[in-house]
Design a protein around this ligand. Structure first.
Ligand SMILES: CCCCCCCCCCCCCCCCC(=O)SCCNC(=O)CCNC(=O)[C@H](O)C(C)(C)COP(=O)(O)OP(=O)(O)OC[C@H]1O[C@@H](n2cnc3c(N)ncnc32)[C@H](O)[C@@H]1OP(=O)(O)O
Ligand SMILES: Nc1ncnc2c1ncn2[C@@H]1O[C@H](COP(=O)(O)OP(=O)(O)OP(=O)(O)O)[C@@H](O)[C@H]1O
Ligand SMILES: O=C(O)CCC(=O)C(=O)O
Ligand SMILES: [Fe+2]
Ligand SMILES: [Mg+2]
Length: 309
């Protein structure tokens, strides 16, 4: 005799990377389970994106600033003569105190998806606006293949997700995201600076070795398209061969039910050391206690309640 349980098991294979929800179709849910990423077309309006772009331009012109925000130039530009041009900026990080950009992290249509992956208590932990410059000829505009979890001292990984929105059409010509589907099922790997002749941006660590036989998937995205991806998914981005600055905005979210971990004795020790050195140089912060405090200070509740993080 056939039982209900048997039918159920056939229709719904076990899920680990997504939670029960009313938003994702069965196909979308299975796609994320299998591949570790999911692209949602046209999720952010052009009007919102144009606003974020205007705010970013004001940041470049130093008409706007905010506590904690990091403005970073491309290594090729930083190491050449200093050009005081807004176009020299490759990335703005930690804009949680700048409402005009942070609004991105609270967009309800994004949070609805985020909840499917990490549950209802949602914190933004890391924010970026990436302005990939035209490559100066040394391929430094590339971002090496990496796993974002390398940078995060909290777990479990399955309750962390990144939302990354294209602020214009992004394809192989201007350096789109490149992902290795299914690698989210693996472990966090050892990361180091890649041995690139032309140099590499500060803290752009890459996976030391990954299976070169795993097919790369280049994500071509239109303005407003948003990809959600797991922090163990191996990904990177190619060189920008165009004359324009390729823009994307992103937020890493974690469930506030996650816990901080001590990365001592793990592969994450090398990045922790760099971050501590930087924190010391910048803010005079010293211990790893201070490092955890820094994450606690930049994390923001965007939905639900704040528990552990
Ligand atoms: C404290 C809380 C936790 C913070 C966590 C931060 C870690 C990142 C977490 C990321 C998690 C997200 C998930 C994955 C993300 C992957 C990444 O993108 S990781 C890369 C993130 N990068 C950074 O966080 C770097 C932040 N930027 C900086 O610290 C600074 O901008 C700087 C690169 C140190 C430059 O400092 P600045 O003072 O602005 O610049 P100068 O005074 O002109 O230069 C000083 C010195 O640094 C050289 N330099 C400048 N820019 C670069 C560059 N892009 N790359 C390498 N080196 C650079 C410059 O040439 C000077 O060197 P010199 O030898 O002294 O001449
Ligand atoms: N020779 C390489 N060594 C290590 N990583 C690389 C190398 N070439 C590309 N990558 C990385 O692989 C990812 C995708 O690069 P990809 O080859 O798709 O782009 P590209 O080389 O910039 O452009 P394209 O191959 O389309 O001409 C990026 O993360 C990039 O940093
Ligand atoms: O090139 C990009 O926009 C993505 C970079 C990236 O993966 C990151 O900053 O973690
Ligand atoms: Fe990344
Ligand atoms: Mg290539």
């Amino acid at each position: 005799m056939k039982t209900c349980d048997v039918d159920f098991a056939i229709v719904f294979p076990p899920t680990r990377y997504t939670l029960d929800n009313d938003l994702l179709t069965t196909e979308q849910r299975q796609f994320y389970e299998e591949n570790g990423f999911l692209v949602i077309k046209n999720l952010v309006s052009h009007k919102d994106i144009d606003e974020f772009r205007e705010v970013f331009e004001k940041v470049c012109k130093k008409e706007l600033t905010a506590p904690g925000m990091v403005v970073m130039r491309d290594v090729a530009i930083a190491k050449s003569e200093y050009v005081p041009d807004q176009k020299a900026i490759t990335k703005v990080q930690d804009f949680q105190e700048l409402p005009g950009l942070f609004r991105y992290c609270s967009l309800p249509q994004i949070l609805k998806y985020v909840e499917c992956f990490i549950g209802p208590n949602i914190m933004s932990m890391h924010t970026m606006l990436i302005n990939k410059p035209p490559d100066a000829g040394k391929k430094t505009s590339r971002h090496p293949m990496h796993q974002d979890l390398h940078y995060f001292p909290f777990r479990p990984a399955d309750r962390i997700v990144c939302a990354w929105t294209a602020m214009e059409r992004i394809d192989r010509s201007n350096g789109c995201l490149v992902v290795l589907p299914g690698t989210h099922k693996g472990e966090l790997k050892q990361h180091d600076y890649p041995e690139w002749e032309g140099g590499v941006n500060k803290m752009y660590h890459g996976v030391r070795d990954y299976d070169p036989n795993i097919p790369r998937v280049h994500l071509t995205m239109e303005k407003g398209d948003t990809v959600f991806f797991h922090p163990i998914l191996i990904h990177g981005s190619g060189m920008n061969k165009t004359a324009g600055f390729r823009k994307a905005i992103s937020c890493h979210y974690a469930s506030s039910d996650c816990d901080y971990i001590d990365v001592k004795g793990t592969t994450q020790e090398n990045i922790e050391k760099e971050v501590i050195e930087l924190a010391l140089k910048r803010y005079g912060l010293e211990s790893e206690i201070a490092l955890k405090d820094a994450w606690m200070a930049k994390g923001r509740v965007v939905q639900g309640e704040r528990n552990n993080l």
